[in-house]
Design a protein around this ligand. Structure first.
Ligand SMILES: [Zn+2]
Length: 153
């Protein structure tokens, strides 16, 4: 339930900010063709999940719904990246892999030609979302505190 409420709020916040998105589930990635751009991956954790990130040391992410903001401008674009995120068994490479491997559900909002840091900024300034864990997913970026967000209280 929590998950559906969060997804609805995400959709509303994006619409309000005039961000053009495509809502995609794991089984309909084909509608993205080879679009490149940014995406927001929604994940629901049923139980507290330990994560291991050297910079943060070992931490636990509490159960709940989280949003990871990323971008995919390489080969295969957003669809190829989301396909990887939606796959549960994989070699852990990025911070977010530790969450997608544990998440009970995942779906995404694709933002063709979008910029991940602009999306983070848009969502934080909507007042409805906040940083879930400082230093998560933003190793390549100097603008954001984190690319992992959650609903604001
Ligand atoms: Zn950023």
């Amino acid at each position: 339930m929590q998950s559906l409420v969060s997804l609805h709020m995400m959709e509303k916040a994006l619409t309000k900010a005039c961000v053009n998105t495509l809502n995609v589930m794991h089984d309909d990635l084909s509608k993205l063709a080879d679009s490149k751009g940014a995406y927001i991956l929604s994940m629901h954790l049923d139980s507290p999940t330990p994560i291991d990130i050297p910079k943060i040391k070992t931490a636990v992410i509490q159960s709940g719904t989280y949003f990871y903001v990323g971008s995919a401008y390489g080969r295969g674009g957003i669809a190829a990246r989301l396909k990887r995120h939606f796959k549960k068994h994989k070699k852990i490479h990025w911070h977010v892999d530790q969450l997608t491997s544990a998440a009970a559900s995942a779906e995404a909002f694709a933002v063709p030609n979008g910029n991940e840091c602009e999306l983070v900024e848009t969502l934080i300034s909507s007042g409805q979302f906040k940083t879930a864990m400082k230093g998560f997913g933003n190793s390549d970026c100097r603008l954001c505190d984190s690319h992992l967000l959650m609903l604001n209280d």
